[in-house]
Design a binder for this molecule. Structure first.
Ligand SMILES: [Ca+2]
Length: 201
């Protein structure tokens, strides 16, 4: 085995020595055009591969975003929540119960942006219960999901809340004043809005 390797090395050396300057120049001349021709396809392949990878990553991100954050059919999506606008009238508690049966709760309005999104989807001649109530009639407002009641993020109509016997809140439209909150008796029958977190698949 050792002798075979030695023989191969000697043969190679001899061949190199006997080739001379002309042979070396010729081989360089042969090699030069090959080198320049081979570089361009490689660069093209690398560019195409990079482009393909970028497209694949973009597609994957777009697909994942769509597939992982979604709302049930007939629910509207905003930020990280889904909203269902009920066209059936019910009391405040019945409305909340219906939301809970759909793994949701009555609408909790946390920001002005959320309020603006919701009212764009409501009908001006209807009123909609939200998940805010004052169970004891002490003006201690509670959101159904235990979100702390924040006075600086409330959207009461002028003159509301108006009476301690009105312990449940709805959002409605008043001409010349726009949309806002009103406290009403909980046994009123109104439409409502349910909210749930977006579904992650
Ligand atoms: Ca009121």
């Amino acid at each position: 085995m050792t002798s075979e390797v030695t023989y191969a090395e000697v043969s190679f050396n001899n061949e190199s020595k006997s080739s001379g300057v002309n042979s070396s120049a010729a081989s360089k001349a042969r090699a030069a055009p090959h080198k320049s021709n081979a570089g361009f396809p490689k660069l093209l392949c690398a560019s195409l591969l990079t482009l393909f990878l970028l497209m694949a990553i973009s597609f994957f991100i777009a697909f994942v975003k769509t597939a992982w954050n979604c709302c049930p059919k007939n629910w509207k999506s905003f930020s990280s929540s889904c909203y269902f606008i009920s066209t059936e009238s019910a009391t405040w508690q019945e409305s909340e119960n219906k939301c809970v049966r759909m793994a949701a709760h009555l609408l909790v309005i946390n920001t002005q942006e959320e309020q603006k999104f919701i009212i764009r989807n409501l009908e001006q001649n209807s009123a909609y219960f939200v998940g805010l109530s004052d169970p004891e009639g002490q003006r201690r407002w509670q959101w159904v999901d235990q979100t702390p009641y924040n006075e600086s993020a409330t959207f009461w109509h002028e003159g509301e809340p108006s009476h301690t016997s009105e312990r449940c809140v709805l959002v409605n439209f008043r001409y010349f004043r726009g949309w806002g909150w009103n406290d009403v008796p909980c046994y009123d029958r109104q439409r409502s809005v349910c909210e749930m977190m977006t579904i992650h698949l």
